[in-house]
Design a protein around this ligand. Sequence first.
Ligand code: GLN
Length: 306
Amino acid sequence: MNTSYSRIIKNAFEEVKALPDAGELATYIPELANVDPSKLGVHMTCIDGNHFGIGHDLHKFSIQSIAKVLSLTLAYKIVGEPLWERVDVEPSGTKFDSLLLLESYRGIPRNPFINSGAIVICDILMTHLKDTKVEFLEFVRELSDLPELNYSDKIADSEKRTGYRNVALCNFIKSFGNITNEPEEVLDFYFDMCSLEMTCQEVSRTFGFLANEGCKISDGTKIITKNKCKRINALMLTCGFYDESGEFAFRVGLPGKSGVGGGIVALYPKNYAMVVWSPKLNKHGNSYKGMELLEKVTTHSEMSIF
Ligand code: GLN
């Protein structure tokens, strides 16, 4: 690990820790209301294998929408380019759970990272895999080198009981013919996928392949082609933060993805994958302190993709 990065992260961590508390927990998923809002962790994994973390970077948190990047990766790997006939690659400019644009675009979600797009990706995986839940979990276990990783029933059940908007999204898309499996089963997998719990260290290791031209950092295994890696990174940059994607690119200057559990993963291609976790969210559903911290790191290091 470049020592200047560890110093920059440490300083950014202290500065952000001292910021006044702002934002709200994602209480629409009842189980997430029980998370300690004062948690703050950060971990960077570099493509040379060195890594550095600080704060609560070894505490597990609910990765939520961060998992959408992994389901997209698996679906893209299986289906290839025809994938984009089912889901578009444009920023939506709307909240993550919005129904708004589905009517105008006749059931084709704007991108794979808003809930509607991620639900279509789940449907595609269900069509191509025999046991989707098991095979997706195996894929993430391989990426993360965590053979014991499991879905969290507690979080998944909590969301299954209250996920009315996602139920509406899935049924609405089905009415246009862009969901082929039973909505109930597609949603069941979607909620399980979002329920994965990992630490900042584990998520940064898991996402290393996207910073490393599609190859796992730990053993060099090729997960996806360079070209697919480029495209997933491009989608993270343009769509990873919903209607705040422009703001994230403007302030941080890296591809990234947030989740309502308060985690954010950001990638500096050919350099590192970095994960921040702070549970309180801004009004766009992105971690308030997480964004602040990442902005400080790229500003102080003067290193971003731009
Ligand atoms: N499981 C959450 C939902 O479907 C994921 C949203 C998010 O993390 N932005 O609402």
